[in-house]
Design a protein around this ligand. Structure first.
Ligand SMILES: [Zn+2]
Length: 245
């Protein structure tokens, strides 16, 4: 929770939760308010945050930061071992998420849009795909995996991506996210867990992420790790050839 815990409680007591939505990496709880109080509770799990409803009176989760009693007998719990997560009250949730790019699983994200958007910028594709104002919701692991599947070097200038490569990238992003959601995410260490505390299953499908020096599943060349925009970046030097500027 950012800021003053007492003000946070004042903003929430008696509030009625309307719609619960997700936009990019944000979870939005719209609050019914008639008296000028905050209009939404916005959460971000960051690395290790977990939200769940547990029965009221049950033991707090091991790293519970926020507990909110609900009128149906449950307690909303926000647990975060590393405490990078956020849960804040805002006056207008849409103002906060309005600058985000399109949802990669939404109707407007397709090959034609992606090609045009890549060519409207001149940035390396890896940091551009992580930029939440370009596309919302993509994180480091899935971007590395998508670039591998599309055969694009992470430092490819975005305006040099061909129509066919943009189509492969759009398919890769959608396919990887869909499979990762089905597998309930990626848990490559002991901290990343589903709300129920179980590991996800996508880590067994990772082809480049966290596989430095291991053989590429396609060509057997050793996977390389470099740092791009302060993020560990994994790729196959043979399958993802660098295009010079
Ligand atoms: Zn390869």
């Amino acid at each position: 929770v950012g800021g003053d815990a007492r003000a946070f409680a004042r903003g929430l007591v008696g509030a009625r939760v309307g719609a619960i939505r997700r936009r990019g990496k944000f979870l939005l709880f719209d609050l019914d308010v008639a008296d000028g109080r905050p209009a939404a509770l916005v959460g971000h799990l960051r690395m290790t945050g977990r939200m769940q409803v547990r029965p009221r009176g049950s033991a707090p989760t091991p790293h519970e930061c926020v507990a909110l009693d609900l009128d149906d007998g449950g307690t909303f719990s926000f647990d975060d071992v590393r405490k990078f997560g956020r849960l804040v009250l805002v006056g207008d949730a849409d103002e906060l998420v309005g600058a985000l790019g399109p949802e990669p699983l939404g109707a407007s994200f397709d090959a034609a849009w992606l090609h045009a958007a890549l060519h409207a910028r001149r940035r390396a594709v890896k940091p551009l795909l992580l930029d939440q104002t370009f596309v919302a919701g993509l994180g480091n692991i899935y971007v590395d995996e998508a670039l591998f599947e599309a055969g694009l070097h992470p430092l490819t200038p975005s305006n040099r991506v061909s129509t066919r490569a943009a189509a492969r990238l759009a398919d890769a992003v959608r396919g990887i996210l869909t499979r990762a959601i089905e597998r309930r995410g990626t848990s490559f260490d002991g901290f990343y867990r589903t709300p129920e505390g179980r590991p996800g299953g996508y880590q067994s499908e990772l082809k480049v992420y966290d596989r430095a020096q291991e053989p590429c599943v396609v060509c057997a060349a050793p996977i390389r790790r470099i740092v791009v925009g302060q993020r560990g970046t994994h790729f196959c030097p043979k399958c993802q050839r660098r295009i010079s500027r």
